[in-house]
Write a protein that binds this ligand. Structure first.
Ligand code: J2J
Length: 556
C-alpha cells in the first residue's frame, strides 16, 4: 500500500511556518502529550465504561503494549487500520495504541456496512480492520473476513468478543489490548515509533456530497490544535467528566473537545454505547458527568425525558454541547431551564472548522446562533454565487481555512479542485449569515446532502443506488422536514415506460441487498411522471423539497 504522504495536501510552507511560530502547531504527537498528562496523575481514573475503570497509568500502559502488538502483527508506521468499534474503553485504548505506533485509524461509523466499509478500506488501503464480533444482531466479524477475502491490502481482522467465540482467523482484540508485561520497555519501544507530528493521526469520514464518502487526514499538529481550541471554549478542566455517548468515531465526540480533549486536560471520560435518556441520565448521575455532546434529536429526547420524570439526575451537568444539525430555537431555549446545563451550540465539520457559542455569551446568542470559530487563526469568508463577499446579515456560502482545516481530501485531486477555492479555502456547502458580533446562523445549504438527525447522506449516492431498481428511469433524493430528526430522506422517481412502479418496500429491500448503512434507506418514495428541471437542465430540487413539504402538510 502507498505512503499517505502522496495522498495528502500539505499546508503551504509559509502558512505552516506561521502556525508554528505562533505556537498553534506544537510539533508534539497526540501520544506524547497524553503520556505527559498521564504521568502527572497516574492513579486517577481516565476512562469509565460500565463497571470498568481504567486509570491513567493503566490506559497508557495498555496503549503502549497495544502499539507493540500492532507492530508484531506486521503493521508498520503509516499503515491504516479500519476501526469500527462501539463506544467502550477498547475503542480508546486501540486509538491511543495507533497514535503511539504511528498506525492510522480510519474512523468508520458503527452504522456502516459492506457498501461503505469496502469503499473506506480500499480508499485507505487498510491492512487491518477492528470490529466487534457481533453487535445489535449484526455479525461484524463475518463481514470483516469477507472484506479480507476481497481486498488485496486487507490482511487482518481484530475482533472484540469473548475468547472461544471468535473466528479462529481473527486476532482477539482482548489480547491486543491486554496489559503489558514490562511497562518501561514497552514505553521505550513505543517512544521509538514516534510518528512525525505533521503526519496523519487519523482519517475521518466526510459527510460528503459525492457518491461515496471522502477521507480526511487529520495530522497530529492540526488535531492537537483542534483539541486545545475546543477545550478552551468548553472551559474544560481536569475536573470535568465527559460523557461519550455519540458514536466516538465522529469528530464531534472524538475531538471537540470530546474523548481526546478530555484526556488531554487530565479529565475523565465515561463511555456509553447509546444516548437513550434512561441510561444516559443514570450514568450522568452515577459518574457525576459535567459535560456531554448530543445531536439535536438526542437533546430533544433528553429534554422531554426530564420534563416527564423531573428528577435531579443532570444536577452535575455543566455544559450540554449540541451540534451536527440545526438545533431549533425553541429547543435551544429549553435546555438550560430544563436540564440545568449551559447550552453550547456547535457547528462543526470533520474537515476542520469548528464554531461554538461561548459559555458566557448572552442567552440570546446561545439560543439563536451556532457560534463563531474556536481558533483565532480560523479564517472565514461568506460568498455569494459569483464569489463576492456578502455583507454581514446576508446569507452566503461559507469558506474557511485555518490551522486545523486540511487543504484537501485524501487521494482526491479532482474532487479537491471543486471543494477548495484557489488559496486553499474549503467550501462546506453551508449557507450562513454572520451577525455583527461575528456569530453565525446556519440558514441552509447549497450542497446536495440530506442531514438526517446529524447523519449525513449524499443525494448522489442514494440516486446511484436507486438505479439498481431496474424499473427506475430517473431518481432524485431530497430532504423532507421531520419534527424529530430535522430532516428525513425522500426519493422522487420516474418509472420506465411500461414498467411497474416500485413501492417504498421494494426500494428498502434493494438498499438492504446493497448492504448500505441503514440510515441511508429512503423514508419515503414519491412516484411522479416527470421531474422539474432548472433552466440549465438540472433537476430542480428546490421545487421537490417544497413539493414534499406541502404534501406532508396535507391531512392524510
Ligand atoms: C447546522 N448544521 C450543522 C449545526 C454541523 C462538531 C459538530 C458537528 C460536526 C459535524 C463535527 C451543525 N447546525 N450546529 O464534525 O466536530 C452540518 C453542516 C456541516 C456538516 C458537517 C463537529 N453542525 N452541521 O456534524 O462532518 O452542514 O461534522 O457542514 O459530520 O454538518 O458534518 P460532519
Amino acid at each position: 500500500s502507498h505512503h499517505t504522504r502522496t495522498g495528502t495536501v500539505p499546508w503551504p510552507d509559509d502558512v505552516a511556518a506561521h502556525y508554528r511560530s505562533r505556537g498553534y502547531w506544537e510539533d508534539r504527537t497526540l501520544g506524547e502529550l497524553l503520556w505527559e498528562v498521564a504521568d502527572a496523575r497516574p492513579t486517577q481514573v481516565a476512562v469509565v465504561d460500565g463497571d470498568v475503570r481504567v486509570t491513567y497509568r493503566e490506559l497508557v500502559g495498555r496503549a503502549d503494549a497495544a502499539a507493540g502488538r500492532l507492530r508484531e502483527l506486521g503493521l508498520e508506521p503509516d499503515d491504516r487500520l479500519l476501526v469500527q468499534m462501539p463506544n467502550g474503553w477498547e475503542f480508546i485504548v486501540l486509538t491511543l495504541g495507533c497514535f503511539r505506533a504511528g498506525v492510522i485509524p480510519v474512523m468508520a461509523l458503527p452504522a456502516h456496512r459492506r457498501h461503505e466499509l469496502t469503499h473506506l478500506a480500499s480508499l485507505s488501503e487498510a491492512r487491518a480492520v477492528a470490529v466487534p464480533r457481533m453487535l445489535r444482531d449484526f455479525d461484524h466479524e463475518r463481514l470483516a473476513h469477507e472484506l479480507v477475502a476481497e481486498l488485496p491490502d486487507l490482511e487482518h481482522v481484530l475482533a472484540l468478543g469473548e475468547t472461544g467465540m471468535l473466528d479462529p482467523r481473527s486476532v482477539p482484540l482482548a489480547e491486543v489490548l491486554a496489559p503489558g508485561e514490562d511497562r518501561e520497555s514497552e514505553r521505550a519501544a513505543a517512544d521509538a515509533m514516534r510518528p512525525d507530528p505533521d503526519s496523519p493521526a487519523c482519517f475521518l469520514i466526510s459527510g460528503g456530497t459525492t457518491g461515496l464518502p471522502k477521507l480526511i487526514a487529520r495530522t497530529h499538529n492540526d488535531y492537537v490544535c483542534n483539541l486545545r481550541a475546543t477545550s478552551a471554549t468548553a472551559e474544560l478542566t481536569e475536573h470535568d467528566v465527559y460523557l461519550g455517548t455519540l458514536p466516538a468515531s465522529h469528530n464531534f465526540p472524538l475531538a471537540c473537545p470530546g474523548v481526546l480533549g478530555t484526556l488531554l486536560v487530565g479529565g475523565r471520560v465515561v463511555m456509553l454505547p447509546s444516548p437513550s435518556p434512561v441510561r444516559a441520565f443514570a450514568t450522568i448521575e452515577r459518574e457525576g458527568v459535567t459535560i456531554a455532546a448530543a445531536v439535536p434529536a438526542v437533546a430533544q429526547r433528553w429534554i422531554e425525558h426530564q420534563e416527564e420524570t423531573g428528577g435531579a439526575s443532570t444536577r452535575t451537568l455543566r455544559v450540554l454541547q449540541v451540534g451536527g444539525s440545526r438545533l431549533p430555537d425553541e429547543y435551544a431555549a429549553r435546555i438550560e431551564p430544563v436540564l440545568g446545563a449551559r447550552l453550547q451550540q456547535v457547528f462543526g465539520m470533520a474537515e476542520g472548522l469548528i464554531n461554538t457559542t461561548r459559555l458566557d455569551d448572552p442567552t440570546d446568542v446561545i439560543v439563536r446562533t451556532q457560534g463563531r470559530p474556536v481558533h483565532e487563526a480560523d479564517e472565514i469568508r461568506i460568498l455569494d454565487p459569483l464569489g463576492e463577499d456578502v455583507p454581514d446579515g446576508e446569507p452566503g456560502s461559507i469558506y474557511t481555512r485555518g490551522p486545523y482545516t486540511p487543504r484537501g481530501y485524501y487521494n482526491a485531486p479532482e474532487h479537491n479542485q471543486r471543494a477548495f477555492l484557489p488559496g486553499g479555502w474549503y467550501g462546506s456547502g453551508d449557507v450562513v449569515v454572520r451577525g455583527p458580533d461575528g456569530n453565525l446562523v446556519v440558514h441552509g445549504r447549497d450542497k446536495d446532502m440530506v442531514n438526517r438527525g446529524g447523519e449525513k447522506i449524499s443525494a448522489e449516492e442514494i440516486e446511484g443506488l436507486m438505479y439498481r431498481l431496474g424499473d427506475v428511469e430517473i431518481a432524485a433524493a431530497v430532504s423532507m422536514p421531520d419534527p424529530v430528526l430535522g430532516e428525513r430522506l425522500c426519493v422522487y422517481a420516474v418509472v420506465k415506460q411500461g414498467h411497474r412502479a416500485p413501492t417504498l418496500e421494494d426500494v428498502r429491500e434493494v438498499f438492504a441487498r446493497a448492504e448500505v448503512a441503514a440510515f441511508k434507506y429512503p423514508d419515503r418514495l414519491e412516484i411522479v411522471d416527470h421531474l422539474p428541471m432548472t433552466k440549465v437542465g438540472k433537476i430542480d430540487k428546490r421545487i421537490l423539497r417544497e413539493d414534499i413539504a406541502d404534501r406532508l402538510q396535507e391531512p392524510s
